[in-house]
Design a binder for this molecule. Sequence first.
Ligand SMILES: [Fe+2]
Length: 292
Amino acid sequence: MENFDDKDKLIDQLSDQLAENFLTTLEILNRIVLMTEKFYDGSHSRFVAEKVERIGSDLGLKDESLTELKIAAQLHDLGKIGFSDTLLFKNSNEMDINEFKIYSKHPEIAYNILNVNPHFNEISKMVLFHHEKMDGTGFPYRLTSEKIHYGAKIISVVNIYHNAIFKRKTINQRNNQSIQNINAQTFLDNTKERFNNVMNFLYSKRGSQFETKVVEALLEIETAERRAMGEKTIIRLAVNQLEPGMRIAEDYFTSFGMLIAARGETLTSDSIKALFRFVETNELPMKILVME
Ligand SMILES: [Fe+2]
């Protein structure tokens, strides 16, 4: 009897350790992704992950599928590791043929890193196909609709949306913007044209290049969010006054440049606890900007 108990305990311990190892692996991979995101101030993968999770859940995905989708979104550009700054800063339509050749390898590079672990089987496929388009005009394999992983179809739409709205146009703009405080109305005004353009583009290609349901879900979520943002006021609150459900109004970074809290992120009791720890280590100001 004792033996069985010991065995059970050992199995529990081992599975705890495995779970912890898995999370540590994810954190290491995340940190690599953040290094490739300097021109988005580290916000791209987090934005895409948060949005695909909402779309996935609106489309009925649950449990493991939803978690895998979110992880794939977080890691979709892992394959850009080692790319030059010049390449990282350019939009794909500004690249010359050689640059595009290098750039277009990033889904396969990420796939080769991730598929070493069998737990990343589905995740690595979503990452591999995130630049494919349903009509076969994507890359790297020019796959058509039925061959593209459903998760990749969701990531692809949100990826294009975030690039269009948030990618910095020039280094100067980037430097100026990163020190400005965010005002919700200014943000909405500044991005209105880009929002309309990218939504018109995605909408016009729904059913041909992009999954119709995904485009419609994104349009619904983002329209509601922008409307709500216009109605919200931005306030500066001490971290101990924060409440779950409030939204961060500005990007916050550690002294090492790690993103602690991203603009638009909804606070949970866990994330508030994490913010406390950053205040204690002086990585975060006592008061931060949130939307009510
Ligand atoms: Fe990509």
